[in-house]
Design a protein around this ligand. Structure first.
Ligand code: BT5
Length: 254
């Protein structure tokens, strides 16, 4: 670790290189780290995506940040922690590096359907005596890397023509997240998060293909339930998708 500073309501631990900021914070959470601890790295040796996939970024080419939130969220509302993170990233980008960024379900940041960033949320342990659960939510946001060549990614450098200042972006992100994380703790705040999520979700209204375990379905993404599930309407039914990989396709096959 190179330094620890306090930014916004977060205590930020900075690393030159690390295995994974999520792994470090999960271990810190097990050791009793406080709500609103953050870990930021220039480089991750084993950056992780969802489902044991890799998140790849050469040194200094991405914002790689995980936060620990200890929040009183019921299991069905925990997806909102990822929502708070992805919305905070979008709002920070509007201030620091404006571009036409939207959300692809569940929480990919995309510019014209190309992936600019991703979010990985993990739970550590069970509820404490106050009903709070420890959630570690990691954000990977491409500054100049576009990720692996076969991943169809993009970067802020490509999208805006300039390389944004990582620390300025980090400060703006943690400032917004300080407010968005508070919203996780009240019913009105959670409703505000859901409403903003639906506004930014470019998947809604689009023709999509959803890959599930051993099958896939194609239809129109028509709604998001209050629990963050995607409703996909096909010719004969509506399917409620809790988890899966979505591809935006050009034409519906109804
Ligand atoms: C995600 O997974 O999008 C979640 C990524 C979360 C990364 C952050 S970085 C800080 C924190 N610490 C960690 O260890 N992780 C978090 P998923 O939806 O599964 O997407 C993974 C897929 O995206 C990979 O299989 C690649 O195809 C692609 N990919 C990998 N690196 C990329 C990059 N830099 N840009 C665009 N796509 C990438």
């Amino acid at each position: 670790m190179v330094s620890t500073v306090r930014a916004s309501s977060f205590a930020v631990h900075r690393f030159v290189d690390i295995d994974s900021t999520n792994d470090w914070l999960l271990a810190a959470a097990r050791g009793g780290a406080l709500d609103r601890t953050a870990a930021v790295a220039d480089f991750q040796r084993r950056g992780r995506g969802r489902l044991d996939r890799r998140w790849e970024a050469p040194p200094g080419t991405a914002l790689l940040c995980s936060v620990l939130l200890r929040v009183p969220l019921a299991v069905e509302d925990r997806h909102l922690a990822s929502v708070a993170v992805s919305l905070s990233a979008i709002e920070a980008l509007h201030a620091v590096a404006p571009c036409a960024v939207g959300l692809k379900w569940p929480n990919d940041l995309v510019v014209e359907d190309q992936k600019l960033g991703g979010v990985l949320a993990e739970t550590e342990g069970t509820e404490d005596a106050d009903g709070r659960v420890a959630l570690v939510v990691g954000l990977g946001l491409n500054l100049s890397t576009t990720g692996p060549s076969d991943a169809g990614g993009t970067s802020l450098l490509d999208a805006t023509g300039t390389m944004p200042d990582r620390d300025q972006l980090l400060d703006a992100y943690l400032d917004v997240l300080s407010v968005r994380a508070d919203e996780l703790c009240s019913a009105t705040g959670r409703a505000a998060l859901l409403s903003a999520y639906r506004e930014h979700l470019v998947t809604l209204g689009r023709a999509v293909r959803v890959t599930l375990h051993d099958t896939s379905i194609e239809g129109i993404a028509t709604a998001i339930t209050d629990h963050g599930h995607l409703v996909v309407t096909t010719a004969d039914a509506s399917h409620v998708i809790a988890a899966g990989d979505v591809v935006h396709v050009r034409a519906p096959h109804l």
